[in-house]
Design a protein around this ligand. Structure first.
Ligand SMILES: C[S@@+](CC[C@H](N)C(=O)[O-])C[C@H]1O[C@@H](n2cnc3c(N)ncnc32)[C@H](O)[C@@H]1O
Length: 203
């Protein structure tokens, strides 16, 4: 029996991701970020927020190569066919909930925090960018509790709304901050990744 076609099945990056064993094309965005900014090192402890279906965590586990470890968190489950070559903990739940926050802290502190978390979009640009800013601010708040000094943060944000304020918040906490839209991000998408390197306390 033929399976139903997804609207992205003809996308070359979706096909390439599947060929390489990754569940989602988003892996190529993290690959670009890693090539350009080298945010992850071999023995890091990494927190992956918005980890499902699991491509970013799989990519990180290949970098860690049996050293370091990864904690993934998502409302949705990670695909049960995904295999990690390094220690992996998964927390299923919403990062705004206190019990999830405590579990995140329990596995920390982290050298790197990645967030590809995206709100469930409505199609209304202002509503979606506002939800995205709230998510990003929560990620930064979590980073403030469990990112090691000198650590790195990558956080996705849909542009609009308060995205400028989120960028300013990042600039007050990291030595180097860049806004980056990967080549493999869909052209129509308003997403950008804010990359903060060298975490320090607020000035
Ligand atoms: C674009 S997907 C992430 C893809 C993932 N990086 C990968 O490569 O497989 C965004 C994820 O963010 C998650 N998410 C959105 N809001 C969240 C929240 N408040 N807490 C935890 N996860 C959330 C969604 O459930 C979704 O799985």
């Amino acid at each position: 029996m033929r399976s139903r076609k997804n609207k992205w099945d003809d996308d070359p990056y979706t096909r390439l991701a599947k060929q390489r064993g990754f569940p989602a094309r988003s892996v190529f965005k993290l690959e670009e970020i890693q090539k350009k900014y080298a945010v992850i090192k071999k023995d890091d402890h990494v927190l992956d927020i918005g980890a499902a279906p699991g491509s970013w965590s799989m990519f990180v586990s290949r970098i860690l190569n049996n050293r370091g470890n990864i904690t993934g968190v998502d409302i949705m489950p990670i695909g049960n066919t995904i295999r990690f070559s390094s220690e992996f903990h998964f927390i299923q739940g919403n990062i705004f909930h206190a019990d999830v926050f405590l579990s995140i802290i329990k596995y920390g502190p982290y050298n790197v925090i990645l967030s590809d978390a995206a709100p469930f979009t409505t199609g209304n640009r202002l509503v979606d960018s506002t939800s995205s800013c709230e998510l990003a601010s929560r990620v930064i708040e979590i980073a403030g509790k469990c990112l090691k000094k000198g650590g790195n943060l990558v956080v996705k944000l849909l542009q609009g709304g308060d995205s400028g304020a989120v960028l300013m918040q990042m600039k007050s906490l990291f030595d180097h901050v860049k806004a980056y839209k990967p080549e493999t991000s869909r052209k129509k998408s308003t997403e950008q990744y804010y990359i903060g390197r060298g975490y320090h306390e607020t000035n």
